[in-house]
Design a protein around this ligand. Structure first.
Ligand code: HEM
Length: 189
C-alpha cells in the first residue's frame, strides 16, 4: 500500500474520524498484536473471516473471482492465499492507526473510491465485513482479550473508516448495523 502523503491530509474541519483517541488506537493495536502471536494467525483469521463473509453475502464470492456454486472454495489454495492476503490488509490498516488519523479523511475517501472502481467492492459489503470481523476477532481472541471495551474500540474505528470510504456512495439500510451494534454493545457494558 502506498503510504499516505501529506497531499492526502484533509483541509475541511469536518472529519468522520475525529473521535479517535490514543487509547482507542492502542487498544486495537494491542489486541491485534495478541492475535498476531497465534500460530497461523493469518490463515485462521482470513479463512474464518471470509467463510463467514461469503455465507452472509453469497453473491460477493464472484466479485472476488470465486465460483459461487463451489462448496469447497474455502479449501482451495486460491482462497487461502486470498484470505492470508486480506489479513495483511487489516495489518496495514492497523498500522495506520495513530494520532494523525483524523487528518486522513481524504486518504480514506480515495481508498474507498479505489475499492469501488478497482476492486468492485459494493457499499453494502462494508457493514457485513464489519460484522464478520467482530465475530472472527471474538472467536479467535476470546472474551478475556476481546472485551466489550475492545470491541467498542474496533467497531468505532471500523465504522469511521467505512464511513469515510463510502462517503461518496449510498450505503443503504444495512449501514444501520453500526448504530444498532454499537448501541447494543455499549448498553450491555
Ligand atoms: C473500513 C473498511 C476497509 C478498510 C480500512 C480497507 C483497507 C484496505 C487497504 C489499506 C487495502 C490495501 C491498500 C490499497 O489497495 O491501496 C485494501 C485492499 C483491499 N480491500 Fe479493503 N478495506 C476496507 C473494506 C473492504 C471491504 C468491505 C472489502 C470487501 C469485502 C474490501 C476488499 C479489499 C480488496 C479485495 C482489496 C485488494 C487486496 C489486494 O491487494 O488484492 N475492503 N483495503
Amino acid at each position: 500500500m502506498q503510504v499516505p502523503t501529506k497531499n492526502y491530509y484533509k483541509t475541511s474541519p469536518s472529519t468522520m474520524v475525529k473521535e479517535l483517541n490514543y487509547e482507542t488506537a492502542l487498544t486495537i493495536i494491542e489486541s491485534w498484536e495478541v492475535l498476531r502471536r497465534k500460530k497461523n494467525y493469518a490463515e485462521k483469521m482470513g479463512r474464518g473471516l471470509f467463510i463467514k463473509f461469503f455465507k452472509q453475502q453469497p453473491d460477493a464470492s464472484s466479485v472476488f473471482g470465486f465460483d459461487n456454486n463451489d462448496e469447497n472454495i474455502q479449501k482451495t489454495p486460491k482462497f487461502i492465499d486470498f484470505a492470508n492476503h486480506f489479513v495483511e490488509v487489516i495489518d496495514q490498516a492497523v498500522q495506520m492507526l495513530g494520532p494523525d488519523l483524523e487528518l486522513l479523511t481524504d486518504f480514506f475517501v480515495d481508498l474507498g473510491d479505489k475499492h469501488s472502481k478497482e476492486y468492485g467492492i459494493k457499499p453494502k459489503f462494508y457493514p457485513i465485513l464489519g460484522r464478520v470481523l467482530m465475530e472472527q476477532l471474538e472467536e479467535m481472541l476470546g472474551h478475556n482479550v476481546f472485551t466489550v471495551h475492545t470491541k467498542v474500540c474496533w467497531l468505532q474505528v471500523y465504522e469511521d473508516f467505512a464511513r469515510d470510504m463510502t462517503s461518496t456512495s449510498i450505503i443503504g439500510p444495512e449501514a444501520s448495523f453500526f448504530e444498532h451494534h454499537c448501541q447494543r454493545v455499549i448498553v450491555s457494558k
